[in-house]
Ligand binder design. Structure first.
Ligand code: GLC
Length: 434
């Protein structure tokens, strides 16, 4: 319960609870009214952890509603459109996906699985066990979809077919492969995001044209994973998704153990083994970091991003690489007031306000800090939590923040930042990372 903090932090706890309540549309939570008026996949994973601090039943419900939108092939979509809201573009009609409820055609990193494990740890009641048992086969099918549909050659790295699938929309990780996407069929369209948020803080038209061209490709190919793997103009192994999936596989294995699902344990072990080996493909030796790999051209990106440091969260224990990553992280943290920026400030494309090209994100800090703490870097984990706390205190519960000044960016009263406050940052919570 968010009840025993100091007076001031209790105010923030109350505000965070209020934000989740306001964004709760009845069993599922939207990230933010206006800007993001539907259920988003990995947002719900974080949000479930926020609810878990004061309403266990509602926390489970968040994951259940997300999994209700699972496709017959196992994919769990990145947006669930339960009602048409003209405030958001591209809405359900643009995607042309014929499922009920309508959804987008891509997935997102499986934070929800790790949230399910956490809920199962917190709620050991018979009802809690039953809910974990009901979610388990769906989560297993989703992970199988990742390992098969998004890694059909068994490389041990997970491809994304759209920058939105990795959840880091306009990261410079995608600039190389996105440059090659043909936008000649896109035509005119009207963006809605820049009516809600300062355009300086959002992706550019250049990016949006390509986002839409890729959706067009998916729709024209009936959202068939085999065709996507074979000929999607964008097919890039993402360090973020790959690392988060490794962690989620470990958490799924934990659930399988708990539930006595022995066949699943063996299947999951094989996935983990393959990924621990395959992830080396993403290592950029020159930079000392894990980077995105364009699976069409074979080129590695050159950006040190916040996703590069998810290696700790994934539990990778390659000594030399970890040492280099930590040296890079200490340097980057020395260059900003509020870490971890989504791009190395020393990179020529660093832009402190523009979304995934510089700003600091509370949700990423939460994942990073868990990994750092697990690997013994308590000082760094504490720094990330302190920075995140300061950001909320200075600016409120923003979508993301300027790493140099702490200015709040993007949408205000954002669900996942409120959830991260409750589960990790609030002085009244000490149970998770750092
Ligand atoms: C943006 C973010 C993505 C998030 C979504 C909803 O698209 O880049 O990660 O899931 O907004 O908050």
């Amino acid at each position: 319960m968010v009840s025993n903090g100091s007076g001031a932090s209790r105010d923030f706890d109350d505000q965070a609870v209020e934000i989740l309540r306001q964004n709760d549309l009845g069993g599922f939570t939207i990230p933010r009214h206006g800007l993001y008026p539907y259920q988003w996949n990995w947002d719900s994973g974080f949000v479930a952890l926020g609810f878990a601090t004061f309403d266990t039943d509602r926390a489970w419900r968040e994951l259940e509603t997300l999994l209700e939108a699972q496709w017959p092939n196992g994919m769990v979509p990145h947006i669930v459109f339960r009602a048409n809201d003209p405030d958001y573009f591209p809405g359900p009609d643009v995607w042309g996906v014929s499922v009920d409820p309508p959804t987008s055609g891509y997935s997102q990193p499986p934070v929800a699985t790790s949230a399910a494990r956490r809920l199962a740890e917190l709620d050991q009641s018979t009802a809690g066990r039953d809910r974990a048992r009901a979610l388990f086969p769906k989560l297993l099918r989703w992970h199988r979809w990742f390992h098969e549909a998004r890694d059909p050659q068994s490389l041990g790295v997970i491809a994304t077919a759209h920058p939105w699938e990795g959840g880091r929309d306009n990261s410079p990780d995608w600039d190389g492969p996105m440059a090659a996407v043909d936008t000649s069929g896109v035509g005119e369209y009207q963006r809605r995001d820049t009516e809600h948020v300062d355009p300086e803080m959002r992706p550019k038209k250049h990016d949006y044209d390509r986002y839409l061209a890729l959706i067009q490709f998916g729709r024209e190919n009936g959202w068939d994973p085999a065709k996507t793997a074979q000929s999607s103009p964008f097919w890039v192994a993402d360090p973020g998704t790959t690392m988060i999936l490794i962690r989620a596989d470990r958490d799924l294995r934990w659930l399988a153990d708990l539930l006595g699902e022995d066949d699943a344990v063996r299947e999951i072990d094989a996935w983990i083994e393959r990924a621990e080996d395959g992830v080396q493909r993403l290592w950029n030796e020159e930079l000392g970091a894990y980077c995105a790999l364009d699976l069409r051209s074979g080129k590695l990106a050159d950006g040190l991003t916040n996703a590069s440091f998810l290696a700790f969260y994934a539990g990778l224990n390659h000594r030399d690489r970890n040492d280099r990553l930590i040296a890079n992280l200490r340097r980057v943290l020395g260059e900003v007031r509020f870490g971890v920026p989504s791009l190395d400030p020393a990179h020529s494309k660093f832009d402190p306000l523009r979304y995934w090209r510089g700003p600091t994100w509370a949700v990423m800090n939460f994942l990073l800090a868990q990994g750092l703490r697990d690997t013994g870097y308590e000082d760094l984990a504490t720094r990330l939590r302190d920075d995140t706390r300061e950001l909320v205190k200075i600016s409120g519960f923003n979508e993301y923040y300027c790493p140099l000044t702490g200015r709040g960016c993007g949408g205000a009263d954002f669900s996942w930042t409120a959830a991260i406050w409750l589960t990790w940052v609030s002085p009244s919570q000490t149970s998770l990372a750092a």
